[in-house]
Design a protein around this ligand. Structure first.
Ligand code: NIG
Ligand code: FE
Length: 419
């Protein structure tokens, strides 16, 4: 007899998923499979069959089923993937709101020793157990809202002990929490106060000491840099990303968030998996990204919260055929939200992305932006059985009705993890 299924979900009103394992660019972003009256079968954490109910039931035959769920006509999509977060940190920075309302900019607050530097002192002081507990609660909230994979950056240590502490928390959470947590080393998130007058020494320390240590201890898959005016220039960023690459850490870039800094061009040059933010990227930068197959990770929550004009998503998709992903940028300063659903609504209202593009951007393209396109991001046999049953009938409703949680139930690797 064939092996038992762990989970069978029938009665799905509509199953909507992108196809494939590589990111979709330009018009391809809107091409989704939309299957009425569908079902999904899962075993050992992976999809066995997903498609029209009759076909799935025929494929399943009389195999015993561990858990049988009736979706009662609900919409089902792949689990959401949050491709850019600063998950592990201590404290919160709501006091900065008053400074901002009095006209101080994000970079002015940072230059005055606040902003990222404030979270750095909080995080340096925090114990690993406290950081773990705070991040664990955050993952619970994200999962309740339909997120099944997150990327998590370090970058609130800016010295080895604390960077390692953050990365260890992320690794521990990946082992113990149902969420898949993909780690990124962001030692170059800001120049620490101790190195204010000699930034090149800090760059050397990150590139020559921290990067090899991250690689040796297998603490991250990616290496990121905040390439920004007044933070790390493209030249300094290149030194770090090249070192990362030599040590097997794939590059990612915080690129052109607040000013055109050559971040997009650099991302293409070093073969980055993604270039993130891109509010001020130049045309040459966007062209280079398209040629280099770099995923553009857009973070409208940050634009909203900093009062900036969001990235030109329509231009990126229509003129440059860029594969676009969307993420929360969850962090205590520029985007304090766990809700990818809110980001999806912003993408429609503020960036004119279509519901189909948005769904592709938070599933398949986001999976590719964290190097997991082979494992997740679509519902196909062999991929992880990560999906959401929505209190909705179609994807339009998800991005239209904003400010609430539409997730009815969340399945991670074939297990019901949030209802
Ligand atoms: O992506 N830009 C740099 N890093 C974060 C903000 C981090 C913070 O303010 O604590 C971002 O916006
Ligand atoms: Fe960020």
């Amino acid at each position: 007899m064939e092996e038992a299924l762990d989970l069978l979900v029938t009665g799905i009103g509509r199953l909507v998923t992108a196809k494939g394992t590589s990111p979709k660019g330009g018009k391809g972003m809107g091409m989704l499979k939309s299957i009425p009256k569908a079902a999904i079968a899962a075993r050992a954490g992976r999809v066995v069959a997903a498609g029209p109910e009759e076909e799935v039931l025929a494929a399943v035959g009389d195999r015993p089923v561990g858990r049988w769920l009736d979706a009662a006509g609900r919409l089902v999509t792949p689990g959401l993937i949050d491709a850019h977060t600063h998950l592990v940190h201590a404290g919160s920075r709501e006091h900065e709101l008053t400074l901002k309302l009095h006209g101080m900019s994000y970079l002015e607050i940072l230059a005055a020793g606040g902003g990222i530097q404030r979270t750095v002192s909080d995080t340096r002081r925090a114990s690993q157990a406290d950081l773990y507990e705070k991040a664990r609660r955050t993952l619970d909230v994200m999962m309740t809202m339909g997120t099944t994979t997150v990327e998590a950056k370090s970058g609130y240590g800016l010295e080895w002990e604390t960077e390692r502490k953050q990365l260890r928390v992320a690794r521990e959470l990946n082992r113990r929490h149902p969420m898949d947590v993909v780690s990124t080393f962001l030692g170059a998130h800001a120049v620490p106060g101790e190195y204010r007058d000699r930034p090149d020494d800090y760059v050397a320390q990150v590139a020559e000491e921290m990067v090899p240590a991250v690689a040796r201890e297998k603490l991250a898959e990616f290496c990121d840099v905040f390439c920004e005016q007044g933070v790390f220039s493209a030249e300094r960023s290149r030194v770090i990303l090249e070192a990362g690459r030599r040590w097997g850490l794939r590059p990612k870039v915080h690129a052109d968030e607040l000013a055109a800094t050559g971040g997009a061009e650099l991302a293409a040059e070093v073969g980055a998996v993604s270039a993130d933010h891109l509010l001020h990227a130049t045309e040459e930068g966007l062209r280079a990204l398209a040629q280099g197959d770099v995923v553009a990770v857009l973070l409208p929550g940050t634009a909203f919260f900093l009062g900036e004009t969001p990235a030109p998503a329509r231009k990126m998709i229509d003129e440059f055929a860029l594969p676009v992903a969307l993420a929360t940028d969850y962090n205590p300063g520029s985007s304090p939200t766990e809700s990818l659903q809110l980001i999806m609504a912003m993408a429609a209202a503020m960036m004119r992305m279509t519901p189909e593009e948005i769904l592709t951007a938070v599933t398949l393209n986001a999976a590719c932006a964290v190097g997991k396109g082979e494992e997740t991001g679509t519902l196909e046999p062999g991929k992880w059985a990560d999906f959401v049953l929505w209190e909705a009938e179609n994807p339009e409703y998800l991005v239209y009705r904003f400010g609430m949680n539409h997730a009815h139930a969340v399945v991670k690797k074939g297990h019901l993890v949030a209802v």
